[in-house]
Design a protein around this ligand. Structure first.
Ligand code: UDX
Ligand code: UDX
Length: 461
C-alpha cells in the first residue's frame, strides 16, 4: 500500500511538473507534493500556478484533488509514502570550502534527516535534484544510521526536462534514467520505480544504470549541452569578424548527422538555473579528484558564456558611437529563454547591469517575466522602467536589444516602433529572431549576432 503513495519534497520547476505528470499518468498512485514555501503551495492549489509552463495547467487540473495533492505537511507526507522523491534546490555554495563552485547540499541533508526522523517504515528515497556524483553514498549513510531498524534504499532518477517544454519533455522523454545500487535490495527498488514510468514511457526508453553513472550523467548532460552553446557562441564572434553567418554555419554543420542540428543556436549566452551551477559543480569535482586539466577544460565553457554576454554589451556601446550614457535602450525579453517566466541566471540580468553601469536608461518588456525581472534587479541603481507593452518600451528609445527568443517579438509592427524611436534607430538582435532585412528596409540599423550587420551608417566602426 505504501508503495503506491509517492511523496515529492520540493515543489519547484522540477518537482511540480514532474509529479503532476506522474499523477496524471498513474491514477492508481497517490502523489503528494510538499514544500516549506507556503506561498508556493497555495499557488499550486490555485488557478494561477507558481510557474508558467505551456500545457501544465491541464495536467495539474486533471489530477489535482484526485490523486495529486499539494501541501506543506512534510511530516505527514513522509509517514504516508513508501517512495520519496527529493527535488529541493542545490545551489552553488556561497560560503566556506568550495564557495562559488561546489553544490550546497545543506537542504538535501536536512531533508534526509527529516525523512529519518519521521519515518515509521522502510522507504525508497530518490534523488531528483541534480547532485554531485557519489552523493547517494552520503545519503545512504545518513539515512541508514537510524536506530529504528529501518532500511532506506537510495536511487537516482534525474530529470532532463527543459523549461518551456516541460510538459512535452515529461510526456514524451528521450529517455528516463534510473540508477540503483547493484545489491538485491537496490534492484528490487529499481523495479518499483521502473513500474511507475512504464505507465506511459516505453521500456526501451527507460535506461537503468548504477547510481554513480546516473548521478554523473545528469551533471555531464547539462555540461555537454552548455559546451555546445559556448562553442557556437565562440564561433559567432569569429563570424562577426569575417562576414561569415553563424546561422548558415550552424545549419551546414548540423547537417552532419554526427554533429546534429539541435542546440547550435548562437545567442547572448546560456542562462537558467542549471547550466552554470552544474558545470561549476563538475569543475569542483574534477579538482577534488585531482584532475586539474579536466577542470580547466570545463571551466572554459562558463568563461566563454560570460565573454559572450560582455561582447554583446561592448558591441552596443561601440556601435552607438561609444556611449550609451543617458540613452534609452528597450530590452525585449528578460526570461532566460522563451516560453518561461523564469529569469534565474538570465543573460538579461548581467546585460542590464552593465548597461546601467554605463548610465543607459533601460526599459524592459517581457511577456511573462516582468515580476521576476523586478526581483532580479531590485537594489540595482540606475534608471530602469518596466513596461506593459513593447511599444511603450521602444517609445523614445535609441536602441532595442532583443535578449530572449520569444516568438511574439516577430509579430510586432516595427514600422510603428521605428517611427516612435530616436534616430538613428539601432536594433541589436541577440537571439537572431527577427526579420533583419525587413527591419533594415524600414530604416533600422540592424546588428544581428554572428552575422553581417545591416547598417545605414557609414561610421567606419
Ligand atoms: C532544483 C535544483 O535547482 C535542481 O538542481 C534540481 O535538479 C531540482 O531542484 P528547481 O525545481 O528548478 O530545481 O528549483 P526550485 O524551483 O528552487 O525548487 C526547489 C523547491 O524546494 C523550492 O520550492 C523550495 O521551497 C523547496 N525546498 C527547499 C523545500 O521544500 N525544503 C528545503 O529544505 C529546501
Ligand atoms: C536545461 C537542459 O536542457 C535540461 O535537460 C535540464 O534538465 C535543465 O537544464 P533549461 O535550462 O530549462 O534546461 O533550458 P535549455 O533549453 O537547455 O536552455 C538553456 C539556455 O541555453 C537558455 O538560456 C537558452 O536560450 C540557451 N540556448 C539553448 C542557446 O543559447 N542556444 C541553443 O541552441 C539552445
Amino acid at each position: 500500500m505504501e508503495d503506491k503513495t509517492i511523496l515529492c519534497i520540493g515543489a519547484g520547476y522540477v518537482g511540480g511538473p514532474t509529479m503532476a505528470m506522474i499523477a496524471a499518468k498513474c491514477p492508481d498512485y497517490t502523489v503528494l507534493i510538499v514544500d516549506i514555501n507556503e506561498e508556493r503551495i497555495n499557488a499550486w492549489n490555485s488557478d494561477t500556478l507558481p510557474i508558467y509552463e505551456p500545457g501544465l495547467d491541464d495536467v495539474v487540473k486533471k489530477a489535482r484533488g484526485r490523486n495529486l495533492f499539494f501541501s506543506t505537511d512534510i511530516v505527514g507526507g513522509i509517514k504516508k509514502a513508501g517512495i520519496i522523491f527529493v527535488s529541493v534546490n542545490t545551489p552553488t555554495k556561497d560560503f566556506g570550502a568550495g564557495a562559488g563552485k561546489a553544490a550546497d547540499l545543506q537542504y538535501w541533508e536536512k531533508t534526509a534527516r527529516s525523512i529519518v526522523e519521521h519515518s515509521e517504515g522502510n522507504k525508497i528515497v530518490i534523488e531528483k535534484s541534480t547532485l554531485p556524483v557519489r552523493t547517494a553514498e552520503a545519503m545512504h549513510r545518513i539515512l541508514n544510521a537510524n536506530t529504528k531498524g529501518l532500511h532506506f534504499e537510495v536511487l537516482s532518477n534525474p530529470e532532463f526536462l527543459a523549461e518551456g517544454t516541460a510538459v512535452k519533455d515529461l510526456e514524451n522523454p528521450d529517455r528516463v534514467l534510473i540508477g540503483a545500487m547493484t545489491t538485491e535490495r537496490g534492484q528490487e527498488a529499481l523495479k518499483k520505480i521502473v513500474a511507475i514510468y512504464e505507465n506511459w514511457v516505453s521500456r526501451d526508453k527507460i535506461k537503468t544504470t548504477n547510481v554513480w553513472s546516473s548521478e554523473l550523467t545528469k551533471l555531464v548532460s547539462n555540461a555537454m549541452l552548455a559546451q555546445r552553446i559556448s562553442s557556437v557562441n565562440s564561433l559567432s564572434a569569429l563570424c562577426e569578424k569575417t562576414d561569415a553567418d553563424i546561422q548558415e554555419v550552424s545549419e551546414a554543420m548540423g547537417l552532419d548527422s554526427r554533429i546534429g542540428s539541435k542546440f547550435l543556436k548562437a545567442g547572448v549566452g546560456f542562462g537558467g538555473s542549471c547550466f552554470k551551477k552544474d558545470i561549476l559543480n563538475l569543475v569542483y569535482l574534477c579538482e577534488h579528484y585531482n584532475l586539474p586539466e579536466v577542470a580547466r577544460y570545463w571551466e572554459q565553457v562558463v568563461f566563454m558564456n560570460e565573454f559572450q554576454e560582455r561582447r554583446f554589451v561592448g558591441k552596443i556601446i561601440q556601435k552607438m558611437f561609444n556611449t550609451v550614457s543617458d540613452k534609452r535602450i528597450a530590452i525585449f525579453g528578460f526570461a532566460f529563454k522563451a516560453d518561461t517566466g523564469d529569469t534565474r541566471e538570465s543573460p538579461a540580468i548581467y546585460i542590464s547591469k552593465w548597461l546601467l553601469e554605463e548610465k543607459a536608461k533601460i526599459a524592459i518588456y517581457d511577456p511573462k517575466a516582468t515580476k521576476n525581472a523586478k526581483l532580479e534587479l531590485s537594489g540595482i541603481e540606475g534608471n530602469i522602467e518596466y513596461c506593459d507593452c513593447p511599444y511603450e518600451a521602444a517609445k523614445g528609445a535609441h536602441a532595442i536589444a532583443v535578449l530572449t527568443d520569444w516568438n511574439e517579438f516577430k509579430t510586432y509592427d516595427y514600422l510603428k516602433i521605428f517611427n516612435e524611436m530616436e534616430k538613428p534607430a539601432f536594433l541589436f538582435d541577440g537571439r537572431n529572431v527577427l526579420d533583419h532585412k525587413k527591419l533594415f528596409s524600414i530604416g533600422f540599423n540592424v546588428f544581428p549576432l554572428g552575422k553581417p550587420e545591416l547598417s545605414h551608417l557609414d561610421d567606419g566602426n
